[in-house]
Design a protein. Sequence first.
Length: 98
Amino acid sequence: MDAVGYTRGLRRVATLSWLGALALLFAGAALGWFPLAPWTPFAALLPGAIPMVLWALTHRPTCARCGSRLRVVQGFPRIVFGCPKCGARFDTRIHSDF
């Protein structure tokens, strides 16, 4: 998987899983299963992170030149991946959320 596809896919999975977990937690609070407290939105972060971690473990960004695994070399202001073997840099042109 290329660097741009990996970054877009990871962001898509993260957004959907965290919003889905938040919606389920609020629905459970509305039905009386969970207390509606100030910590309720933060409780959605843990179950929402599980699909994101699983997706990141099963998908890897690979170098188009040599096929090795890419590493993040720059995370701000844009996400840039680099290959440790051949030294190629892949700018995703996707801004980070920091």
